[in-house]
Ligand binder design. Structure first.
Ligand code: PCA
Length: 202
């Protein structure tokens, strides 16, 4: 089974992105996994994603992104056809209530068993929740395009938001009030989600 795992590069005030470290870790430790790191730029993130989907032709896709407001893992249930930014992307662009796909449905719901994955993480000592909103920024754009692909190809795909890694804020006292989780726990969460996706999803 081939699995495409995606992460993102740095954006906003963060000099690194834990989603990149988790995706790279999974690719390094699992022969079936390919990692792809997406730019935090409207349109470009989706273009790179679609190219990779075409090239790898994976059986499953799991994407990771940073949400700096949470101290737990958010398993995303719904992707929406809306882009509206509070912060600019890495090319300084903002969008106001724009669609991702002109003719796409308002929302897609993942086929991944979110509650089972959530229980799996919690039983292994990792705080995790089901989330009904991946936001309306680049993570949601990637999630939505991925779900559109999943719908067409009938393959499972899902999106996971993770907190910042403790190690990434150690030298940034300005970020000490940001919720965080150790890199070790973030990597373990990535492994549990990947294994769970292979085991629980037919
Ligand atoms: N998080 C942002 C975009 C890139 C990332 O890691 C988001 O939640 O949309």
């Amino acid at each position: 089974m081939k699995i495409l795992v995606t992460g993102f590069g740095p954006f906003e005030r963060f000099r690194s992105n834990p989603a990149e470290a988790v995706a790279d870790h999974l690719a390094k430790t699992h022969p079936d996994v390919e990692a792809c790191i997406l730019p935090v730029v409207y349109g470009e993130a989706g273009e790179v994603l679609l190219e990779e989907l075409e090239r790898v032709d994976p059986d499953r896709v799991i994407s990771f992104g940073l949400n700096a407001t949470i101290g737990h893992i958010n398993l995303e249930e719904v992707a929406v056809n809306i882009r509206s930014s509070e912060i600019p992307d890495n090319k300084g662009r903002t969008l106001e209530d724009a669609k991702i796909l002109e003719k796409g449905p308002l929302a897609y719901r993942t086929r991944l068993p979110i509650v089972r994955l959530m229980d799996h993480l919690r039983k292994n000592g990792i705080p995790a929740k089901r989330s009904y909103s991946a936001g309306v920024y680049i993570c949601n754009e990637v999630f939505y395009l991925e779900m559109d692909w999943a719908h067409r190809t009938e393959r499972p795909a899902g999106f996971v938001h993770i907190p910042i890694a403790t190690e990434m804020i150690a030298e940034r006292a300005d970020l000490y009030r940001t919720p965080h989780m150790s890199m070790e726990m973030l990597k373990k969460a990535g492994e549990l989600i990947m294994d769970g996706t292979m085991k629980f999803v037919k």
